[in-house]
Design a protein around this ligand. Structure first.
Ligand SMILES: N[C@@H](CCC(=O)N[C@@H](CS)C(=O)NCC(=O)O)C(=O)O
Length: 207
C-alpha cells in the first residue's frame, strides 16, 4: 500500500489527535511524516501548495488528494481503518462528535492564548480576552467533569482521544492554570488514559 503523507509537528495538539488515532487504528506504519514548523505569521511553501490555510495536520493521499483538518482526518482514518471510534453501533455518534468539537474548542482557545502571548508584546495583550478564553476552557471542563458521561467511561472513541489531547496540551502550555484543581473526575480519567501506548508515544518533546 502506498503511504499517506502527514504534515506534522510534535508540538501541535491537533496533530497529536491524528497520531493517537493512527496508532489506535493500527495504521502508523502507513504514514510518511513531514515535519514542519507552522506559525500564523508565515507560510510553509510545501504545505500551502496542498492546503491553502497552511495549517497542520494536513494529510495527503497517494492520489494527491488532501484531507484537512484533524476532525476530518480522524474521521477518514476511522473509516479506512474500519474502526468504530464514533460508536455508531452504540448510537452515540452525534454525542461523540459534539464532545470532539467541544474538546477541539478547548484547543482552539488554548492555542489562541499561546499566540496572544507569543506574537503580541506584553503592553498590547488583551487580558480580558485572555481570561475569557480561559473561562471557555473552564466551563467546558466543568461540563464534562460534573456529568456522568457514557463517552468517557465507554469504549475508546474520538471524544476520548480529543479530550486526552486537549488535557495534554493544557499540561504542556498552561500548566500554571492547574486545571486539575477543580476537575477531579477528569484528573483521574486522564491519569488512566495517559497510560495508553498511543498517548505515551505522542507526548510533545520540543519547546
Ligand atoms: N481546526 C484545525 C486547527 C489546526 C491548527 O490551528 N494548527 C496549528 C498548529 S497547532 C497551525 O498549523 N497553525 C498555523 C497557522 O495558524 O497558520 C484542526 O483541527 O486541525
Amino acid at each position: 500500500m502506498q503511504k499517506l503523507k502527514l504534515f506534522y509537528s510534535d508540538r501541535s495538539p491537533y496533530v497529536r489527535k491524528v497520531m493517537v488515532t493512527l496508532h489506535e487504528v493500527k495504521m502508523s506504519e502507513n504514514v510518511e511524516i513531514v515535519s514542519v514548523r507552522t506559525n500564523p505569521l508565515g507560510v510553509v511553501g510545501d504545505l500551502v501548495d496542498v492546503s491553502p490555510l497552511g495549517k497542520i495536520p494536513t494529510l495527503v493521499l497517494p492520489d494527491g488528494a488532501t484531507i484537512f483538518d484533524s476532525r476530518v482526518i480522524c474521521s477518514y482514518l476511522n473509516s479506512i481503518g474500519k474502526s468504530d471510534l464514533y460508536l455508531a453501533k452504540e448510537n452515540l455518534e452525534w454525542n461523540i462528535k459534539t464532545a470532539e468539537a467541544n474538546f477541539d474548542g478547548i484547543l482552539d482557545a488554548a492555542l489562541l492564548m499561546v499566540y496572544e502571548h507569543r506574537y503580541r508584546q506584553d503592553k498590547y495583550q488583551n487580558v480580558e480576552w485572555l481570561e475569557n478564553l480561559w473561562k471557555k476552557i473552564e466551563r467546558t471542563l466543568d461540563f464534562y467533569n460534573n456529568r456522568s458521561s457514557e463517552i468517557l467511561s465507554g469504549n475508546l472513541n474520538m471524544g476520548q482521544i480529543s479530550l486526552g489531547c486537549a488535557l495534554g496540551y493544557l499540561d504542556y502550555r498552561h500548566n500554571n492554570r492547574n486545571w486539575r484543581a477543580k476537575n477531579q473526575n477528569l484528573r483521574d480519567w486522564f491519569a488512566e488514559f495517559s497510560e495508553r501506548l498511543s498517548m505515551r508515544n505522542t507526548i510533545p518533546r520540543s519547546e
